[in-house]
Design a protein around this ligand. Structure first.
Ligand SMILES: N[C@@H](CCC(=O)N[C@@H](CS)C(=O)NCC(=O)O)C(=O)O
Length: 266
């Protein structure tokens, strides 16, 4: 009944898998190998014209955009509601999902490709790298990807990406003063949206940025203690790849730290 086209480590796929797990929904899994470029395959692009994961197919209806997929799941399967009933709390939840889509996610690729996957990509031939870059349909996304693959942590895009992630952590620290969850008194689509990005920082050895914010660090622990994390995230995390990400992150941590320390001074 539900078919999810996704990737094991993609943040947007994790967001949707977390919601499926919290709702106890089963789905047919369809892997899209992003490193192999399967997101550009004509058959897949018919489903998702943006060449990205995830895509959900529900009884023949095709749904794209992870935040909207999660809202759809909450509408279509309301038994375990994941949006606060209170209008003010629901607004707070939407502010988080909007921030995630508009400010955080667009920068995640800069960190992931510029630090985590760059060494693997650089092992390919120049021609292969060019082909994979040319397949990215959005010109600004393509330009940023090219820049971080060429320059890594020294890419000019790195500062904006770190600014967005530090802003996310600071905003979370402030929100969590109100309670255990990002919006309202229960786990919501806001928590689903942000957890993969905090995890990505951790995977890239930027853990000190999390630990420096006590409420975020405690939230992160609580989120990872939930059954949904084990089923939707942990079960898919390839340990060798994450170990590799961590090693790459550790290798550039001093540069990252210097950029973060300089934020707000310029
Ligand atoms: N706004 C989209 C963004 C989806 C997106 O960027 N997905 C990434 C993985 S998290 C992707 O498929 N990237 C393909 C690529 O890097 O070529 C959503 O929320 O679904």
């Amino acid at each position: 009944m539900l078919e999810l086209h996704h990737h094991f480590l993609s943040t947007c796929s994790q967001k949707v898998r977390l919601v499926l797990a919290e709702k106890g929904l089963d789905y047919e899994s369809r892997w899209v190998d992003l490193m192999a470029g399967e997101q550009h395959a004509p058959e897949y692009v018919k489903l998702n014209p943006n060449h990205v994961v995830p895509t959900l197919v529900h009884e023949g209806r095709v749904l794209i955009e992870s935040t909207l997929i999660n809202e759809y799941l909450d509408d279509a399967f309301p038994d375990v509601p994941l949006r606060p009933a209170d209008p003010v709390e629901r607004h707070a939840m939407r502010l988080w999902t909007k921030k995630c889509d508009g400010e955080v996610h667009p920068q995640a690729g800069v960190l992931t490709y510029g630090i985590g996957t760059r060494p693997m990509i650089l092992q390919r031939s120049a021609e292969e790298i060019e082909t994979s870059l040319e397949a990215i349909p959005d010109p600004s996304r393509r330009a940023a990807r090219r820049s971080v693959i060429e320059h890594g942590v020294k890419a000019p895009e790195m500062e904006g990406a770190l600014r967005a992630f530090v802003g996310m952590l600071d905003g979370m620290e402030a929100s969590l003063e109100q309670g255990d969850f990002l919006a309202g008194s229960d786990w919501s689509l806001a928590d689903a949206s942000l957890l993969p990005y905090v995890l990505r920082l951790d995977h890239l050895a930027m853990t000190p940025l999390i630990e420096a914010r006590g409420r975020v660090a405690a939230w992160y622990d609580r989120m990872r203690a939930r059954g949904s994390y084990a089923v939707a995230v942990e079960a898919f995390v390839p340990a060798p790849l994450v170990a590799n990400f961590k090693a790459q992150g550790e290798a550039v941590w001093k540069d990252v730290e210097a950029i973060v320390d300089g934020l707000g001074r310029g």
